[in-house]
Design a protein around this ligand. Structure first.
Ligand SMILES: Cc1cc2nc3c(=O)[nH]c(=O)nc-3n(C[C@H](O)[C@H](O)[C@H](O)COP(=O)(O)O)c2cc1C
Length: 166
């Protein structure tokens, strides 16, 4: 465990979550690594009724819209490793995470993406993040079904160990 904490001593965990699953994963990553954890929020909250939410999300993704974030979104500069989390929305990352990735420079940094999904359209979130952050090294993402259930810690530990051994 100390090896893991040493490996992530200069890491930031950053998560966007709509219904809480991605934040749960982020919280467990924080507990396992001891890394800093920050959340981001869109300035304008997303609608609650699902049909409206889906319509807005589809529109934002199709047009490349980047929502404004609430003040307090962290700067990645002090960190060399960033674990970035989002729900899978329509086969890609949610627009608030895309907005944060677009407004920062990740040159020379390592990005470890993780996402929650419901077993629907998988997409290629690594490619999408690499496109937004061409100067970063983007490692293979961790996909977690919903909130990861009772085996979440095991799943996370396996991924973290694999990731630091690359
Ligand atoms: C607008 C919207 C689009 C979604 N699109 C997908 C998808 O394409 N593929 C998938 O597997 N899950 C999809 N989901 C399910 C979410 O990824 C899943 O419920 C996830 O656990 C939510 O994470 P959160 O609680 O952190 O927001 C979608 C959910 C919503 C609300």
């Amino acid at each position: 465990m100390d090896d893991l904490k040493n490996a992530f001593a200069q890491a930031l965990i950053l998560s966007y979550s709509y219904s809480g699953n991605t934040h749960r994963i982020a919280r467990q990553l924080q507990a396992l690594t001891g890394a800093d954890w920050r959340e981001i929020y869109p300035r304008q909250p997303y609608p609650v009724p699902f049909p409206e939410l889906l319509e807005q999300v589809r529109r934002e993704i199709n047009t490349g819209f980047r929502p404004q974030l609430l003040p307090g979104a962290p700067c990645p500069r002090p960190y060399s490793i960033l674990l970035v989390g989002s729900p899978n929305w329509c086969g890609t990352i949610a627009p608030p995470l895309a907005a944060w990735l677009c407004q920062n420079d990740f040159s020379g940094k390592t990005l470890l993406p993780f996402y929650s999904h419901c077993g629907g359209l998988a997409g290629d979130l690594r490619r999408d993040i690499q496109t937004l952050c061409p100067r970063a090294e983007v490692r293979p993402p961790l996909a977690v079904l919903q909130d990861g259930g009772s085996s979440l810690d095991k799943t996370l530990l396996q991924w973290l160990w694999q990731t630091i051994q690359i």
